[in-house]
Ligand binder design. Structure first.
Ligand code: ZN
Ligand code: ZN
Ligand code: ZN
Length: 476
């Protein structure tokens, strides 16, 4: 048995309880004596207590807990605080993405909150942070900060991101916002949760699929048995052949005695009750339950529902604030998205394998130890230094060259019509630029450079992915 001895007046972090149901959570802790209890969120707000280190929700009613968690994440002073529940929470609940977990002891909440608050302390957070930066800061401050979609059938989009709704305000279009954050490279996908199909007109995912007549598009169709008369080729519903009480073709009057020799069952087994068209495959139409727009299923817009986290680049933005997203200066130099860059490189490689005459080069630049540089000369001077370097880079590359960035500090240049000789000249100039960044204190921008020229390699890889992986590997 371990004995804990506490000497003196230990004033640990301040943890706040909201609610009455403690879910079996003992209110005593070896670490703290600052525990405050309030029956409701408004009672806490009215108390005038300054921002605590963390909040534990002790509410049996989940709807109430969701409302309070939303209010906390929207509150100017509290939005980034660690929040826990001491009552179990379903992972598919709207509450789940808004809190930092379920705790069964007070000490667990205090320890987890301390870890989050320490990370928060390393971020650049000022009260005027815009909502983009809030999202990044929130994710970066959590050990496993994930934006989770929650299934919600009542929503036209079928899923909701409660955290985005809380941080951005309820009027924001979370899906468009998410797309923007992803396009800027600040978020990266964790897991594909679902794939839904949206109305082309209004974007809603509530679609009613109806079988219709391929001829007149009416939905009044019926499945009926059909008969195909071998003598005259007549294809018609079976009832048309039954008029005489025996199976007789209504068109040629032949008596049909044996299936297989006189007649058979055709593929058609549907009849439109409006235009009497006979067919085998009904036409499927998607009708939007929100705007009544009718479209074929292939016209629907496919949308991936993803859980997302902050990317290396997004983390950098959270650490230094938007204005000092240091490395994004390079994103203004003929920047292409990595997928576009890979596509172009794939194309160049394919051309090169067919017509060896087309020469091109690829340069991989890695900026080393940016953090060390920041620690030694400060983010402001590092920013100036990077801007200077990016300006020179911009002068150096042509409008036909393509650049991209595949991680926080890794840049790629694709240079068409540049052979090994021209490429090595460019490398020399890059090295000169790098030397020019040397500061009086001796520190400078440290660059790793890797180079590929199509005319210098006997049989280059066929795929951009492979070539880029090889080059990255050589940098290690
Ligand atoms: Zn619609
Ligand atoms: Zn019809
Ligand atoms: Zn017939």
């Amino acid at each position: 048995m371990i004995e804990v001895i506490i000497i003196g007046d230990v004033t640990g972090p301040s943890i706040l309880f909201i609610g009455n149901d403690t879910g079996g959570l003992a209110l005593t802790s070896a670490l703290t004596n600052s525990v405050h209890r309030y029956p409701s969120f408004s009672a806490f707000k009215n108390s005038g207590l300054a921002s605590p280190d963390g909040i534990v929700l002790a509410l049996a009613d989940e709807t109430e807990a969701v409302d309070i968690a939303m209010a906390i994440r929207q509150d100017e002073a509290l939005w980034l605080l660690p929040v826990y529940s001491c009552v179990s929470v379903d992972t598919q609940s709207l509450l789940y993405p808004l809190i930092d977990g379920v705790v069964s002891t007070l000490d667990a909440a205090i320890q987890s909150a301390a870890a989050i608050n320490e990370r928060t302390g390393q971020l650049s957070i000022d009260p005027t942070l815009d909502i983009d930066n809030r999202v990044l800061a929130f994710l970066a401050s959590r050990p496993e900060g994930v934006l989770r979609p929650i299934p919600f059938w009542q929503s036209p989009r079928l899923y909701r991101y409660p955290l985005l709704e809380a941080l951005g305000g309820r009027d924001i279009d979370c899906w468009a916002w998410l797309g923007r954050l992803q396009n800027r490279g600040w978020l990266t996908r964790v897991k594909l949760i679902d794939r839904v199909r949206d109305c082309k007109q209004c974007g809603a995912a509530h679609q009613v699929f109806v079988d219709t007549c391929p001829n007149c598009h009416d939905l009044d169709i019926q499945q009926v048995p059909f008969i195909h008369c071998f003598t005259c080729g007549n294809v018609a519903p079976q009832r048309d052949f039954m008029a005489t009480g025996r199976l007789t073709c209504a068109r040629c009057q032949t008596k049909l005695r044996h299936i297989g020799s006189d007649y058979d069952r055709p593929l058609e087994d549907h009849e439109c009750q409006v235009c009497h068209f006979a067919f085998s495959e009904p036409e499927v139409i998607a009708r939007c339950a929100h705007c009544d727009h009718r479209q074929t299923p292939s016209d629907l817009v496919v949308r991936d529902v993803l859980s997302m986290t902050v990317s290396d680049q997004g983390r950098l933005v959270a650490e230094y604030g938007r204005s000092q997203d240091l490395l994004d200066v390079f994103d203004q130099v003929n920047f292409a998205r990595p997928s576009v860059f890979r596509f172009s490189l794939d194309w160049m490689l394919a051309l090169e394998h067919r017509h060896a005459a087309l020469e091109f080069s690829v340069v991989l630049l890695r900026i080393r130890d940016i953090q060390k540089l920041i620690d030694s000369i400060g983010p402001a001077r590092v920013s100036m230094l990077l801007h200077g370097f990016a300006d020179r880079l911009r002068d150096l590359i042509r409008t036909t060259d393509v650049c991209t960035r595949t991680s926080e500090n890794q840049f790629w240049l694709l240079l068409p019509f540049t052979d090994g000789k021209a490429g090595s000249g460019l490398l020399e100039r890059l090295k000169t630029f790098q030397q020019q960044t040397q500061q009086s204190s001796g520190v400078s921008l440290e660059l790793d450079i890797e180079f590929f020229a199509s005319d210098l390699v006997e049989d280059p890889p066929h795929e951009a992915e492979v070539l880029m992986a090889e080059m990255t590997g050589r940098l290690e």
